[in-house]
Design a protein around this ligand. Structure first.
Ligand SMILES: *Cc1c(COP(=O)(O)O)cnc(C)c1O
Length: 383
């Protein structure tokens, strides 16, 4: 990283996903690291995107998003979760979920304010909190049970807590927080008058009867939760970068008020197509989840055969495995070696942790890849 970059960002270096994907390309390795799907985008979404370009959606969309997408997001939240989202005041479209996270954190966190999050966490959370000058307080989720430690959470929260970040279903662990765990978090938010930033980009990817519950549906949480999602993960279109925040108008105003100065708006035609995809959510995700479940089981089986100890995830498209069984106790170094040594790329969970040693023997592999690649990737790992 250039020394011209401000030190608090320089410390974050290059995103681990970028590093591992670069190594995968360099060594022609099978990339089970970065979570972009091999799956084609839903044909109806691609057709809608082409049509939108032909229809002239080629100039700035409204800052908050095209009306048909705002309407579909509000309908989705109302029908699925019974959340009273108003399309005119309770939604804003952003440049991916990342744009909504940035808008929320930069718009809410003053220097010195504390932001509580569970580790491992999505890497952008830490970088954005540092960019805002906030102070990160992280609580470890312990592998393999990953339950929320109510005492540790209570100890991390206090009068300086401005935001509690939540990501369920959880990347990288594949954990779906239970309603009881959500209540433990909600209680702390209410007690300290904190705002919950709930990253729900994997809301549709749950398996084996586990169900996603938005924390905004809990008592007293509607007025203190910003809910974030994105078309990227739900519809296998990560390159579109169409995300959104929804919730109480006063909270959504924070995201919109900040995001207007970051990117103003973007991806007009893609927003129109995302609206079409959202209108067909059930059909798209039902088909995708059937195939994802097959691939999850294939990856878990292949990793076990390679001597790793995988945890079967309840959601997302990631499997985290313990590497101690194959004698790896510095997973960061191992992940930098294996693209060349084994022809496979994964992501070290330690990159998303704060506590020394946490995640040192945990690796994340993605199963949003073709069955062929999952089979060959795990065969290579076993060699
Ligand atoms: C992929 C991902 C994001 C970013 O979503 P974009 O829409 O690509 O910006 C945010 N949070 C989590 C947990 C993710 O896995």
């Amino acid at each position: 990283m250039s020394d011209l970059l401000i030190p608090r960002l320089r410390a974050h270096g290059e995103s681990i996903f970028a590093t591992m994907s670069r190594l995968a390309v360099e060594h022609e390795a099978i990339n089970l690291g970065q979570g972009f799907p091999d799956d084609p985008a839903p044909p109806l979404a691609v057709a809608a995107a082409k049509q939108a370009l032909d229809d002239g959606y080629n100039q700035y969309p409204p800052a908050r998003g095209v009306p048909q997408l705002l309407e579909e997001i509000a309908t989705h939240q109302r029908q699925r979760y019974d959340l009273p989202v108003d399309p005119a005041t309770g939604v804003t479209v952003t440049t991916g979920a990342t744009g909504a996270l940035a808008g929320a954190i930069l718009g809410l966190v003053e220097p010195g304010d504390e932001v509580v999050m569970f580790a491992p966490y999505y890497d952008a959370y830490a970088a954005l909190v540092d960019l805002a000058g906030g102070v990160r307080r992280s609580i470890p989720l312990r592998f393999p049970d990953l339950t929320v430690d109510a005492e540790a959470l209570a100890a991390a929260c206090g009068p300086k807590t401005r935001v509690i970040m939540l990501n369920s279903p959880h990347n990288p662990m594949g954990k779906v927080y239970t309603p009881a765990e959500l209540e433990i978090i909600a209680e702390q938010a209410r007690r300290h008058d904190a705002i919950v930033l709930s990253d729900e980009v994997y809301e549709h990817m749950t398996f084996d009867g586990h169900e996603h519950t938005p924390i905004a549906t809990l008592p007293g949480m509607w007025e203190r939760t910003i809910t974030i999602s994105s078309a990227g993960k739900s519809f296998s279109v990560t390159g579109w970068k169409v995300g959104w925040a929804s919730g109480h108008p006063d909270l959504v105003d924070v995201v919109a008020g900040t995001a207007q100065w970051l990117t103003f708006s973007g991806g007009g035609a893609m927003q129109v197509a995302a609206a079409e995809a959202l209108r067909n959510t059930d059909a798209i995700v039902t088909e995708m989840n059937e195939s994802l479940l097959r691939r999850r089981d294939l990856l878990v089986e292949g990793l076990s055969a390679a001597g790793l100890t995988p945890r079967v995830p309840e959601g997302t498209y990631f499997v985290v495995s313990d590497t101690s069984g194959i004698g790896v106790d510095d997973v960061d170094a191992w992940c930098r070696e294996i693209p060349e040594a084994k022809g496979v790329a994964g992501v070290p969970v330690s990159a998303f942790c704060d506590e020394p040693g946490h995640g040192q023997t945990l690796v994340r592999f993605a199963f949003c890849k073709s069955e062929e690649r999952i089979r060959e990737g795990t065969r290579r790992l076993a060699r």
